[in-house]
Design a protein around this ligand. Structure first.
Ligand SMILES: [Zn+2]
Ligand SMILES: [Zn+2]
Length: 135
C-alpha cells in the first residue's frame, strides 16, 4: 500500500509541470480538455492522474478554478489573478475580461446601494459564432 501511494506521488509530480504548461496554453480547460491535450505528449496519462493533479494545483493556488463549462464540468483557469469572463454558449469558448471595476458601481446603484462583490460571468455568442450564424 505504501509502495503504491508513493509511486503514485512520483507519477503525479512528473505530470504537474506538464499540466501547468498545458493549461497555460489552453487558458481555461476542464480535466477532460487538459487530459486530451496532455495525451499528445503522454499517451498513457490517466484521467484520475489529471484529476488528482489539478485538484492539488488548485488547492496550492498554482492554477485557479474558473467558471464551469456549459455542461457543468469544473473548468480550471491558468490565470490566478481575479478577473471576469465572457463565455460563448455557441462554442463553449471562454475569454478573460476585466470589467468589474467599471460595472459593479452601476449594479450597486441599480440595487439602491446594496453592496456587491465577486466577479462577472457574461454569456453570449462570440464573434466567430456570430459570423457563422450570419452566413
Ligand atoms: Zn463561440
Ligand atoms: Zn479566466
Amino acid at each position: 500500500m505504501i509502495y503504491n501511494s508513493s509511486m503514485q506521488a512520483v507519477r503525479e509530480t512528473k505530470y504537474t509541470q506538464a499540466i501547468i504548461d498545458v493549461l497555460a496554453e489552453l487558458g481555461h480547460g476542464t480535466n477532460s480538455d487538459i487530459a486530451t491535450k496532455l495525451r499528445e505528449s503522454y499517451p498513457d496519462v490517466s484521467d484520475t492522474t489529471v484529476h488528482r493533479a489539478t485538484t492539488r494545483l488548485a488547492e496550492r493556488g498554482q492554477i485557479s478554478v474558473g467558471p464551469r463549462d456549459i455542461d457543468g464540468s469544473l473548468r480550471y483557469d491558468a490565470n490566478t489573478e481575479p478577473h471576469d469572463h465572457f463565455i460563448c454558449t455557441g462554442c463553449r469558448g471562454i475569454r478573460d475580461i476585466d470589467i468589474a471595476k467599471e460595472i459593479m458601481p452601476i449594479v450597486q446603484e441599480a440595487l439602491g446601494g446594496c453592496g456587491v462583490d465577486g466577479r462577472l460571468e457574461i454569456k453570449g455568442l462570440c464573434i466567430h459564432c456570430n459570423e457563422r450564424r450570419a452566413k
